[in-house]
Write a protein that binds this ligand. Structure first.
Ligand code: C5P
Length: 284
């Protein structure tokens, strides 16, 4: 079975505080985009769980979130693991704040629900996803949603009006646990206007959403990396983006455009920053 795993962007990201279990309470608005990995799943007779990807440095064993998802699936169903091959064509940048690994895990769960004709609702599949990672439940459901708690408490929101997204994943990567650890000691300059973004979504006001986008992790980045993310955001705005922000724990920065030609020009301009650059549409 072949399935797509869509990337996500954060229209907003707020960290409300550290919890006794070590995780952080979040309040963030997530958006799916057309950029996706392609997964192929097939059962095998060897009894082994094997992962293959086009990126040699990714784990091909149970450390891969896609394999974790299969194991958690069987565990939740009270079944023993079976031989399974998972082939992943990675297109979503890795360690980028775009939930690439979580989205692969979510795609495995959705595929297994169909392959095994289990008939679980998306919400029930998302609940299994919680055992794999905080972003996996959202990746099962997708679209435009408010994510709270660890990220697993989801409320569907009116869809973001369709637009073009230009994004740049700079050449460096960010460790998610390290940035979460740092955020506790950072004095946050500003917080996103989450309610304002929800009101703009309800009004179908793309520009209203775009100008309110903000991610508190931008303030926790090391200086040089923050400067690079700011340069990318400023370039996007100069090129006509309605707003620009960083996704997840970064370092991917992106801008929203209502004009395809401007978006393509911005994509050209961003090549000066290196890294991985895409111009894609949003996905409901
Ligand atoms: O849930 P997941 O395994 O994706 O989280 C990776 C790490 O990110 C956690 O170990 C934790 O350090 C941090 N995290 C957090 N609060 C969240 C989500 C993740 O502190 N809500």
């Amino acid at each position: 079975m072949e399935v797509q795993a869509r990337a996500k962007l954060n229209l907003t990201l707020d960290v409300l505080g550290r919890r006794p279990d070590g995780y952080h309470d979040m309040r963030m608005i997530m958006q799916s985009i057309e950029l996706a990995d392609i997964l192929s799943l097939s059962y095998n007779d060897t009894g082994e769980l094997r992962v293959r990807t086009n990126l040699h440095f990714l784990p091909n064993n149970e450390k891969n979130l896609a394999a974790q998802a299969a194991l958690r699936w069987w565990e939740a169903r009270g079944e023993s693991p079976r031989g399974l091959d998972i082939a992943i064509e990675k297109r979503i940048p890795v360690c980028a704040g775009m939930a690439g690994g979580s989205s692969d895990a979510a795609a495995v769960l959705r595929a297994m629900n169909r392959m095994e004709e289990a008939g679980l609702s998306p919400e029930a599949v998302a609940e299994i996803g919680e055992r794999v990672g905080s972003d996996v439940p959202y990746c099962v459901i997708g679209g435009t949603a408010l994510a709270e708690g660890r990220g697993e408490v989801l409320t569907a929101l009116p869809p973001l009006p369709r637009c073009w997204v230009v994004l740049c994943k700079p050449e460096f990567s960010i460790s998610t646990p390290a940035l979460f650890a740092k955020i506790d000691s950072v004095r946050l300059r500003c917080r996103p206007d989450t309610q304002g973004v929800i009101a703009a979504l309800e009004a179908g006001d793309l520009a209203g959403v775009a100008r309110r986008m903000y991610n508190v992790f931008e303030d926790a980045l090391p200086d040089r990396q923050r400067a690079r993310v700011n340069d990318i955001k400023n370039t996007l705005i100069q090129c006509g983006a309605l707003g620009a922000s960083m996704s997840g724990t970064g370092p991917t920065a992106f801008g929203l455009f209502d004009d395809e030609a401007l978006a393509q020009e911005a994509q050209e301009r961003l090549t000066e920053f290196g890294g991985e650059i895409f111009c894609v549409q949003t996905q409901q």
